[in-house]
Design a protein around this ligand. Structure first.
Ligand code: HPA
Length: 274
């Protein structure tokens, strides 16, 4: 079976089990420690990734692996609780299978969240960062290989990956909520190892404000399909090359969970006017 047929197979199963995805549904991807956002879903119906044909199964214990549909304050949503990372051994195609499945289901708007390390020394741990642009430093892309013209063009433009109107809406809502919202460039590395001080210095010099191990793959696949995109990092730790401190997974999860109330409030406010 060709890759796009596998994606269509997953989409057909989801539609059969959860019904037709409502027009105008917003897709959400919850990062490490940010799954709490899915608790806000009213009238939820869900599927485990393991039962969806052709779906990869996430191996990260901190990522649940469920697809959930429902509404948040009346807005129809389809949420991925748990995502797929290159460091788990997935190819860029596999890591974006679920995003493309949502595209096949008719989703036109996607909100991505992740946990990330702050590289910008002026950023505060615990704050959300609006991703304004990204650097894909993984050495791969989900667009490698044969292009499926039905999804998008061979050489898609990446001038504006993150939708300017949605970004402005995020800034306005953060202001209205009295939330500190950083703005910056996210860099994706392959992981799973964290960065050395020398690498951290280099990533900062390259122009990145936050670093993580997800999101660029998903953003590229979603833009290829013409989706509107909005993305946030929860800054769980701060990486300063001259005084590097260990950032354990426990610390990353604990900080993301602590910050998830603010992130949930911000996303709920955005959804009302999206
Ligand atoms: N580096 C890479 N990925 C991360 C980090 C980090 O410091 N924090 C959370 N995810």
């Amino acid at each position: 079976m060709k890759y796009h047929e596998k994606v269509q197979h997953s989409a057909a199963y989801i539609q059969e089990k959860l019904g037709k995805i409502q027009a105008g549904s917003i897709a959400l991807v919850t990062g490490t420690g940010l799954g709490g956002l899915t608790d806000a879903i009213e009238n939820p119906a869900s599927l485990s990734y393991a039962e969806i044909p052709e779906f990869p199964v996430s191996t990260v214990a901190s990522h649940a692996g469920r697809l959930i549909t429902g509404t948040i304050d009346g807005v129809p949503v389809i949420a991925m609780h748990g995502r797929f990372h290159l460091y788990e051994g997935f190819s860029a195609h596999e890591a974006t299978h679920a995003i493309r499945t949502m595209g096949e289901l008719g989703v036109r708007t996607l909100i991505l969240t992740n946990a990330a390390g702050a590289l910008n020394p002026s950023f505060a741990t615990g704050s959300p960062m609006l991703i304004e642009d990204h650097i894909n430093l993984t050495g791969t892309t989900p667009l490698r290989g044969e292009n499926n013209d039905a999804w998008g063009e061979r050489f898609p433009d990446m001038c504006t990956v993150y939708n300017p109107r949605l970004r402005q809406l995020a800034v306005d809502k953060a202001l209205a909520l009295g939330l500190r919202l950083e703005r910056g460039v996210y860099i994706q590395i392959m992981g799973p190892n964290m960065e050395t001080p020398a690498e951290t210095r280099m990533y900062r010099a390259l122009g990145a404000d936050a670093i993580g191990m997800s999101t660029c793959m998903e953003a590229i696949a979603a833009r290829h399909m013409g989706m509107r995109l909005l993305a946030f990092s929860c800054l769980t730790n701060k990486n300063l090359p001259d005084c590097m401190q260990e950032a354990s997974l426990e610390q990353v999860i604990a900080q993301a969970e602590k910050s998830s109330t603010a992130m949930t409030a911000l996303i709920k406010a955005i959804l009302k006017e999206i």
